[in-house]
Design a protein around this ligand. Structure first.
Ligand SMILES: [Zn+2]
Length: 63
């Protein structure tokens, strides 16, 4: 089963239908590339993307 990415915050979810980062239920399997955030407070990418929760985030979502 393909992982899904949240359309709201781009969090990548391996299981389930609810985004654990923002609680959103709008998920898509059409996404490309990802970044893994371990410590959002120390990550320039996380700060640039406005992320606060550690995890995997999609870089691009297709519509
Ligand atoms: Zn989300």
């Amino acid at each position: 089963m393909a992982s899904k990415a949240c359309k709201n915050c781009k969090f990548v979810i391996d299981e389930g239908d609810v985004c654990p980062a923002c609680g959103g239920t709008e998920l898509t399997t059409n996404w490309k590339g990802f970044v893994v955030i371990f410590d959002a407070s120390k990550s320039n990418i996380a700060q640039k993307m406005g992320l606060s929760m550690p995890g995997k985030y999609a870089l691009r979502l297709s519509k």
